[in-house]
Design a protein around this ligand. Structure first.
Ligand code: GDP
Length: 367
């Protein structure tokens, strides 16, 4: 369903399809329904569920992916009606983060986010579900309630307890890994090396720009979420000063709050930067929406007050009219192509101009 315009929904669905392909799925068909709000029981309208069932049958699909976050009961109802696995946007994004996390900290953060997503939904999952059928216990809260006892419940409670233990353990581990990172950062700060964070929507070309700016061999993938773990590179300004450039997590629309939570410490690193280089994909159908989505996440981690340099990338393939429109909209933005190198020198210069000036010793000479 969608409350916005159909074009918004189509863009969002195109992105969802790209996300699903990144996760290794083959996308067969799409279905949009315009409603004022989701159906509390089935997310899409009850009648529309039959249409969805028909699409599942005719395409032979084995999974339905919904472009939003489903409540545990919506998920369960849809699975029962369509007889296939139902996944929501949040679960899909978590899955992709899980596939792409490389560092120990990144992996722990994703696992934490997945478990937090799973915990309230545990009742609706696999074996536990079949043992629960017939029981009408709608406890809702963590403590369960009347009518939820029985052999299945015992297992469910054990599962929940195990997950809670794992969650607190992961939290502790992440906290200590964070301490190490903060210490490293403090050392950097003491040496007063200015830090530049490259932020931007996923696939905007952050890794490519980092490579173009520093000549470092960072993995570039045409896949959403190629970048999960921040990469930091040293760069030297033309006046010989050192600064660091970090590639940050790629953002998407409706980034699941579990992810924002789990990655908070990584994202907070952005908040400590001296300058945010915000990369926008000039070939994207809706660059303004990308910028809004990134600003939302930056605001959530308190990085919205930092000086920002807006950079429109992919000018080699972007549409001329779009570029003109964006130039009018963002007169201070820098237009580049990480691929051809066009504008990259100008960008480097703009970054250097915005670096904090080194502390200068001022001596007053009294007459
Ligand atoms: P990130 O997710 O923001 O780090 O994006 P990447 O740097 O991994 O790039 C995503 C995709 O966009 C890759 O397929 C790149 O080859 C492509 N790309 C990056 N910069 C440019 C550019 O300047 N022009 C064009 N045409 N494609 C680019």
């Amino acid at each position: 369903w969608t409350e916005g315009t159909v074009t918004d929904a189509e863009n969002s669905l195109t992105e969802l399809a790209a996300l699903a392909e990144t996760a290794g799925s083959q996308v067969l068909d799409g279905l949009i329904q315009r409603r004022t709000r989701p159906d509390p029981a089935t997310y899409i309208g009850r009648g529309k569920v039959d249409d969805l069932g028909a699409v599942v049958l005719s395409t032979g699909a084995d999974t339905v992916i919904c472009d939003g976050e489903l409540s545990p009961s919506q998920l369960r109802n849809l699975e029962q009606r369509t007889k296939v696995k139902v996944v929501d946007r949040t679960a899909l994004i978590l899955d992709i983060f899980a596939q792409h996390a490389k560092s120990k900290e990144g992996k722990a953060q994703v696992e934490l986010a997945q478990l937090e997503y799973l915990l309230p939904r545990l009742r609706g999952w696999g074996e536990t579900l079949s043992r629960q059928t017939g029981g009408s216990g709608r406890g809702g809260g963590a403590g369960g309630g009347v009518g939820v006892r029985g052999p299945g419940e015992t297992k469910l409670e054990t599962d929940r307890r195990r997950i809670r233990h794992r969650i607190s353990r992961l939290r502790r581990e992440i906290k200590s890994m964070r301490t190490v990172r903060v210490t490293k950062r403090a050392r950097r700060n003491r040496n007063s090396v200015p830090a530049v964070a490259i932020a931007g929507y996923t696939n905007a070309g952050k890794s490519s720009l980092l490579n173009a700016l520093t000549g470092a061999g960072v993995l570039v993938e045409n896949a959403l979420f190629a970048t999960l773990d921040p990469t930091t590179r040293k760069a030297t300004a033309s006046d010989g000063r050192l600064y660091t450039l970090s590639d940050t997590v790629g953002f998407v629309r409706h980034l699941p709050h579990q992810i924002v939570e789990a990655f908070r410490s990584t994202l907070e690193e952005v908040a400590e930067a001296d300058l945010v280089v915000h990369v926008v994909d000039g070939t994207h159908p809706d660059p303004e929406e990308q910028v809004r989505a990134v600003h939302e996440v930056l605001a959530e981690v308190g990085a919205d007050r930092l000086p920002e340099l807006l950079v429109v990338n992919k000018t080699d393939t972007a549409d001329e009219d779009t570029l003109l429109r964006l130039k009018r909209l963002w007169p201070d933005a820098i237009f580049v192509s990480a691929h051809t190198g066009r504008g990259v020198d100008g960008l480097r210069q703009a970054i250097e101009e915005r670096l904090p000036q080194p502390a200068v010793e001022v001596r007053a000479v009294l007459p």
